[in-house]
Design a protein around this ligand. Structure first.
Ligand SMILES: [Fe+2]
Length: 346
């Protein structure tokens, strides 16, 4: 088996390949690592046939859908997954054939109702059901401490003790463990009485993961993250640096129109001298009125440089081919000590 473990923050994902046939699968791909999976697969001479999510992630952004589209390969999840874009839904005990490799799915609800683990040769990909020195939490949507007890004590921990364990999260850089090691040392597995385990899980009082609603929104619907929308917009537009803009304003460049995309009160408190006010929310409806010549160079800025990136991409879409975004925003402009004008007029 060709095997790559990819860590992004605490998120662990895995590229598994069959050396004989060059077929491969990715388990729990994460959105910031898309280029890495493709590069590793290319380096190892593999073609990715399946994108597998072990469960609906609340704490990382899945890349399954995007990679699946790019590669023409199916998204695979357990059949309890609520995501409408899943192409192949596995039931307990079913297998994926990846060349000569066999990936067997075990339904292990508890962390979420759609959690599954996968066994390939001597390895258990345990998702967020069994972690190294921990277990998945059960207080997020569809979590169930009783179900987790059954999944752990009646299923996973009865597997071959020699199985290596590769979880979906590991924040301590352990890499991997084994069933035997977790049985012996994992503090959460020492309460082997059902009621005591359930009580422990219910009183953990963990902080919510960051971006939990955004992760659930995108992972359950297949929609885009805000970072993805910004990256896509940024890929379509040129940028101009703060210093370059300052120089051009000092030279009184005739052709340049500077647009402040913030709301009126922010504009009146302080804007770049010469900038016109055109709030982002009014852009599409007022663009023709405000910018009658689509061949002019238009620079969009906002407070932090994010809204202006989206705005510049919208302007491009509308035909303003010379729209650019400021690399930075009004905040950075002020902090650089560049000139600021208050009031209603440019
Ligand atoms: Fe999770």
């Amino acid at each position: 088996m060709i095997f790559e473990q990819i860590a992004a923050g605490g998120c662990q994902s895995y590229l598994l390949g069959c050396g004989e046939t060059c077929a491969a699968a990715v388990i729990d791909p994460e959105i910031s690592q898309i280029d890495r999976y493709l590069a590793l697969a290319a380096r190892d001479g593999l073609r990715i046939h399946y994108l597998i999510d072990t469960h609906t992630h609340a704490d990382h952004f899945s890349a399954s859908r995007q990679l699946a589209r790019q590669l023409g390969a199916p998204v695979v999840m357990h059949r309890a997954s609520p995501a409408p874009f899943v192409d192949m839904r596995l039931g307990d005990g079913e297998m994926l054939v990846v060349g000569r490799l066999r990936l067997r799915a075990l339904h292990t609800p508890g962390h979420t109702c759609d959690s599954m683990c996968l066994i390939a040769e001597d390895r258990l990909f345990s998702g967020d059901t069994l972690l190294i020195g921990g277990t998945g939490r059960t207080d997020l949507p569809s979590g169930d401490a009783e179900a987790l007890y059954d999944s752990l004590f009646l299923r996973l921990l009865r597997l071959d003790p020699a199985l290596k364990v590769f979880p979906a999260h590991d924040y301590k850089g352990n890499g991997s463990s084994s069933i035997a090691k977790e049985l012996a040392t994992n503090p959460r597995l020492q309460k082997r009485d059902r009621a005591a385990f359930v009580e422990m899980m219910r009183t953990l009082d963990l902080t919510m993961p960051t971006h939990v609603t955004e992760a659930l929104r995108t992972n359950m619907s297949g929609g885009k993250t805000v970072a993805q929308m910004l990256a896509e917009a940024a890929a379509r537009v040129p940028f101009m640096s703060l210093a370059e803009l300052k120089l051009r304003l000092e030279d009184r460049e005739k052709d340049l129109i500077v647009l402040d995309m913030r709301e009126r009160d922010a504009y009146e408190t302080g804007h770049i001298p010469g900038a016109r006010l055109l709030p982002r929310g009014q852009l599409e409806l007022r663009a023709d009125q405000e910018l009658p010549d689509p061949t002019r160079r238009v620079l969009a800025y906002c407070e932090f440089g994010r809204i202006s990136t989206l705005a510049a991409a919208t302007l491009h879409e509308m035909g303003f081919q010379r729209a650019v975004a400021l690399d930075g925003g009004m905040k950075a402009w002020r902090e650089a000590g560049y000139p600021v004008k208050a009031g209603q007029d440019p």
